[in-house]
Design a protein around this ligand. Structure first.
Ligand SMILES: NC(=O)c1ccc[n+]([C@@H]2O[C@H](COP(=O)([O-])OP(=O)(O)OC[C@H]3O[C@@H](n4cnc5c(N)ncnc54)[C@H](O)[C@@H]3O)[C@@H](O)[C@H]2O)c1
Length: 283
């Protein structure tokens, strides 16, 4: 059997058992790994992480212990790859997965912007399906529907505790110390395209909103560091021929990782369940 035919035999369908591999065993990857035990159509076959000790620790905590593999081997051995690592790794995962017609769920959605023409072509030519969960954002269902007609504007306002922005390249370059922010401070205003580069680990939601709506150049982003809040708050405002939509989430962060909202992990797990469910709810 040719490789391509063999891989097509693994196409997801509600009735087949799908082998899942997770790349990135941090906050989100761990929640997904545990959550998969409740999804009978999905089996966690493999884990990968640059920090092998993290992958091993997670594997040992699970009832059915998956293999620990390097990322490239994981991609070749599973049917569905879950990226839960970092935006920088997204292009190479997409490239390898698309060559093998493997399906991919990308959580570091910022890595989906500015893909090279080579990878964009591969994605079009491959039979891989690429899933982008809503993450920590509400309202993408409506934005996707609204995009069926003209959208005039799309704006994301993100408000987080200052420590949630620790290590952001934009703040390092500007010499801004998050520990010295004592009042609500607008630390960024610009396009989603620039926001994702400036805050790669904080603002995946800007990329998701852009891709669902009017693109990263037209989507506007405002980021506020606010010492008085304890949640990661995202407010989306979209206007268009459909009318106006405002959606707001006040997300509790993971205790181990204040940059990441708990809802983002739940959203990824919900997307995985939706992939294998005969009932598809929402646009
Ligand atoms: N879409 C969203 O709404 C949303 C929300 C929050 C976080 N995220 C993104 O999801 C990703 C995971 O978030 P998290 O909170 O679990 O992060 P985390 O820091 O807790 O875990 C990331 C894990 O990936 C591993 N890793 C890093 N680079 C790797 C590589 N090249 N190959 C393999 N493993 C690698 C790290 O060792 C770590 O174990 C991040 O990129 C984050 O920005 C997206």
């Amino acid at each position: 059997m040719k490789d391509e035919q063999k891989n097509s035999a693994f196409r997801l369908s509600p009735s087949s058992l799908t082998r899942v591999g997770i790349i990135g065993c941090g906050s989100i990857g761990s929640l997904i790994a545990r959550g998969l035990s409740d999804v009978p159509a999905l089996t966690l076959a493999a884990l990968a992480d640059v920090d092998q000790a993290k992958a091993s620790k997670l594997a040992q905590s699970l009832t059915a212990i998956p293999q620990i593999l390097p990322s490239d081997q994981l991609i070749s051995q599973v049917d569905l790859v879950v990226e839960a690592a970092c935006p920088q790794v997204v292009p190479s995962i997409l490239e390898q997965a698309c060559r093998l017609n493997k399906d991919v769920l990308i959580i570091s959605i910022g890595g989906m912007l500015d893909l090279s023409p080579h990878i964009s072509t591969l994605m079009k030519e491959s039979r891989s399906r690429i899933y982008l969960p809503s993450g920590a954002l509400a309202g993408l269902d409506a934005v996707k529907a609204a995009a069926g007609d003209e959208i005039y504007s799309a704006t994301l306002t993100t408000r987080k505790p200052p420590k949630g922005f620790t290590g952001a390249p934009y703040l390092i370059q500007a010499g801004i110390d998050v520990n010295s922010i004592y009042t609500p401070t607008v630390i960024f205003e610009g396009t989603a395209s620039d926001a994702v580069k400036a805050f790669p680990q904080n603002i995946n939601v800007a990329a998701a909103l852009s891709l669902a709506g009017i693109g990263p150049q037209k989507t506007k982003v405002r980021i506020i560091a606010d010492p008085s809040v304890t949640t990661n708050c995202h407010e989306v405002e979209v206007t268009g021929n459909f009318g106006k939509m405002i959606a707001r989430t006040e997300n509790l962060p993971f205790p181990q990782n204040p940059k990441t909202s708990y809802l983002a992990a739940l959203s990824a797990l919900a997307t995985l369940k939706k992939i294998v469910s005969p009932l598809q709810i929402g646009t």
